[in-house]
Design a protein around this ligand. Structure first.
Ligand SMILES: [Mn+2]
Length: 424
């Protein structure tokens, strides 16, 4: 389904008066509104190919209908999102679920939709039908050298696909670990993993980055070989300048202070990128900002502060991506909500009065420090975010227009009711 520009225009015209009223109030409240709008226009969040359909849970999956059946249709779906919000200008592919048959054609199709290829993701957490050896007891950590070799070669294959598409980073998330005490020699598992990662790192082109994602538990329930940010940091530190830690918000133990983790990784020049989502209990992969919007704001507060301290380009120097799974919502609607949630947290963080905060911190005025942050968080930035979308050519109300145009109904008519997007 293609979204004609005039339909977005018409939608915006209908909403313009109300928008301008809200915008002028927001601009009067926020000192640096114009600069914030410009930063929001530039900020893009990559959409993962696996989040375009219903992921389900380990108890089952409820198909939503009209899900993309091929890589081409996944690109079209991200194209739809990007047309609506002008903030989803990249897609992150998962290999082997999304192996392009004709990379040139896929690249051209993506370009038609204004999309780039973000990090490519390897998969050694499940066995593929044509695979010789099993990852049941781990991949890069495996006690069997043959299994490690197979997993290394898979990652190198992923890099090759990425090069063809113009991607410039590899995200490695390992489910490696153990389910029971005694199963694994922790030090040997670490050494094997490090050795394997070295080989993968060496296979990357010079302009590529490696993102090493950590996760506390699941699918392994006793130990995970890259279990937290410190462990990831220890690996990437040894791997080289182009290896970084990737923070997935859902991969921490409950109540972890993620904003502090982010601040320190950024300071150590080892924060590579983000997987946004939200959770209440574990790796729930819910809509960004749905559960803990204040935490998301505090994370962005550290990101903005840390990136500015190092003179980084907010839009391009770190990898921004959503990693989510949907069970009860329309995946595309959910992704629109996530991007909106992320943009709001970013806008609020940009509006923090940093000079005042620094002054208050210098005299340990705790109350004032808290007031400054809460004031930014409690400011309604929705009109600012909408204005950035409007200027970029997107819709003032992406979700509203998605429903008004009956996008899902159209996709179901095109693709059918029983479609499966995921490779799980
Ligand atoms: Mn992730």
């Amino acid at each position: 389904m293609q979204l004609e520009k005039y339909k977005i225009q018409q939608h915006n015209d209908d909403l313009l008066t109300g928008h301008q009223r809200r915008l002028s109030f927001a601009v009067s409240e926020i000192e640096n509104a114009e600069a914030i709008i410009q930063k929001l226009v530039d900020f893009q969040i990559a959409i993962p190919s696996w989040a375009l359909g219903t992921g389900g849970t380990r108890f089952g999956r409820f198909a939503g209908g009209g899900e993309p059946r091929s890589l081409e249709e996944k690109i079209e779906d991200v194209g739809l999102l990007h047309a609506l919000n002008q903030a989803s200008g990249a897609i992150s592919l998962h290999i082997p679920w999304d192996i392009p048959k004709d990379a040139k054609a896929i690249k051209a199709l993506a370009a038609q939709h204004g999309l780039k290829f973000d990090a490519v993701n390897s998969n050694t957490f499940q066995d593929q039908a044509d695979q010789a050896l099993s990852y049941k007891f781990g991949s890069l950590q495996n006690v069997d050298k043959g299994v490690r070799k197979q997993a290394i070669e898979h990652n190198i294959e992923v890099i090759k696909h990425g090069i063809e598409l113009g991607s410039e980073s590899l995200t490695v998330w390992l489910s490696d670990g153990s389910c029971f005490p005694g199963q694994l020699n922790f030090r040997r598992a670490y050494q094997n993993t490090l050795e394997s990662l070295h080989e993968i790192y060496a296979a990357m082109p010079d302009n590529w980055k490696m993102f090493l994602e950590y996760k506390a538990y699941e699918p392994n329930f006793y130990s995970t070989t890259v279990g937290d940010w410190g462990q990831s940091y220890s690996y990437v530190q040894k791997l080289g300048d182009r290896a970084y830690t990737l923070v997935d918000l859902g991969h921490h133990l409950p109540n972890a202070n993620i904003e502090q983790i982010v601040a320190l990784l950024l300071m150590e020049e080892k924060l590579g990128g983000f997987h946004f989502n939200d959770s209440k209990y574990g790796d729930d992969d819910l809509t960004a900002g749905a559960m803990k919007p204040y935490q998301l704001f505090l994370i962005f507060n550290e990101l903005v502060d840390g990136m500015d301290a190092r003179g980084l380009n907010h839009a391009t120097d770190l990898g921004w991506m959503i990693d989510a799974s949907h069970n009860v919502k329309d995946p595309l609607e959910d992704l629109l909500q996530s991007v909106e949630g992320i943009m709001m947290a970013y806008a609020q963080a940009l509006s923090v009065d940093r000079k005042a905060l620094e002054e208050a911190q210098a005299i340990s005025d705790v109350v004032r420090c808290q007031e400054i942050l809460q004031n930014a968080f409690r400011t309604d930035v929705r009109a600012i975010v909408a204005e950035a979308r409007l200027r970029a050519g997107g819709a003032l109300n992406p979700l509203g227009l998605f429903r008004h145009l009956k996008v899902r109904e159209n996709l179901i008519a095109e693709r059918g009711l029983k479609t499966v997007a995921t490779g799980l």
